[in-house]
Design a protein around this ligand. Structure first.
Ligand code: COA
Length: 260
């Protein structure tokens, strides 16, 4: 897809992106770098970050990689510190690290439920909390990657629905508490995005054809759709947007696209 925004809209910014090696958040990280930001990308395993680092460096961008499990506060604090030591500041934090699998509620173990809540919800809080001082200093911002699963109900996804409802609460609360420090906090709720591992893993091909018919815009989303929303929300064009979770789903959730 051709670039929509000017190349330099994030020039000079430093973006700290969890889950920034792959998938939707990987696309967001790469798009930030293509628009001038210096990246720090974070994953549990450093090898999940190597391909993105190579890709960003190939077009002349800067990409620092840090291994940390967002569930562990000390590891997150250390990743933030390493990034500030490396670049001198952090302007944008993206919480994209997430866990997901399909499981019926009556089959899901308490630990399975808790694991996803720990990664998505507690992980988001941990990263926000640990980056507060750096963001206060830079008058920066946070972007939380959420979902639309919990707007209605999504069978086989009780754990992720609960976790993302918590993420949305974090977005709203921090936007109010930290707005006065000049920190904007927003989110994006992607709908069904075609070119992701998650979609390949979660959706059987026969269901895809049925599902696309239910999407008001008539197509699946693309990672580029989320990249563009993220560029808008993190750019100065959105300097008065705070506490919003922007739904980017072609209008799907309004009709209810669940097939399970
Ligand atoms: N179905 C049901 N339960 C599952 C499960 C599945 N597919 N995958 C994990 N669990 C349960 C485990 O059984 C375990 O519970 P138990 O101790 O009661 O048995 C609990 O979740 C923790 O599992 P474990 O594998 O030890 O956790 P982990 O921290 O290593 O990884 C995930 C958890 C969710 C991150 C892992 O499933 C994963 O790697 N998923 C792929 C990454 C991903 O989904 N990324 C996000 C795309 S949106």
């Amino acid at each position: 897809m051709d670039k929509i925004f000017a190349d330099n809209i994030l020039q000079g910014k430093v973006a700290f992106v969890t889950g920034g090696g792959t998938g939707i958040t990987g696309g967001v990280a790469r798009a930030f770098a293509e628009h001038g930001a210096k990246l720090a990308i974070v994953s549990r395993k450093i090898e999940n970050l190597e391909a993105m680092k190579a890709e960003v460096e190939a077009f002349g961008g800067e990409c620092f990689t840090v291994a940390a499990d967002v569930r562990e506060y000390e590891a997150v604090e250390n990743a933030i510190k390493q990034t500030v030591d490396h670049y001198g500041k952090i302007d944008i934090v993206v919480n994209g690290a997430a866990g997901n699998f399909l499981c019926a509620a009556d089959q899901l173990s308490p630990n399975g439920f808790g694991t996803v809540v720990d990664i998505d919800t507690k992980g988001t809080f941990n990263v926000c909390r640990a980056s507060f001082e750096a963001l206060k200093e830079s008058k920066g911002q946070i972007l939380n990657i959420s979902a639309t699963l919990h707007y209605l109900a999504t069978p086989m996804q009780i754990h992720v629905s609960a976790a993302k409802a918590g993420v949305d609460a974090i977005t709203r609360n921090l936007s109010v508490e930290w707005g006065r420090h000049g920190i904007r906090v927003n989110g994006i709720a992607p709908g069904p995005i075609e070119d992701t591992e998650g979609m390949k893993r979660l959706l059987m091909p026969e269901l895809k054809d049925k599902l696309v018919k239910k999407i008001p815009i008539g197509r699946f989303g693309r990672i580029a759709d989320i990249e563009n929303a993220a560029l808008f929300l993190t750019s100065d064009a959105a300097s008065y947007v705070n506490g919003v979770t922007l739904v980017v789903d072609g209008g799907s959730w309004l009709l209810g696209t669940s097939l399970m």
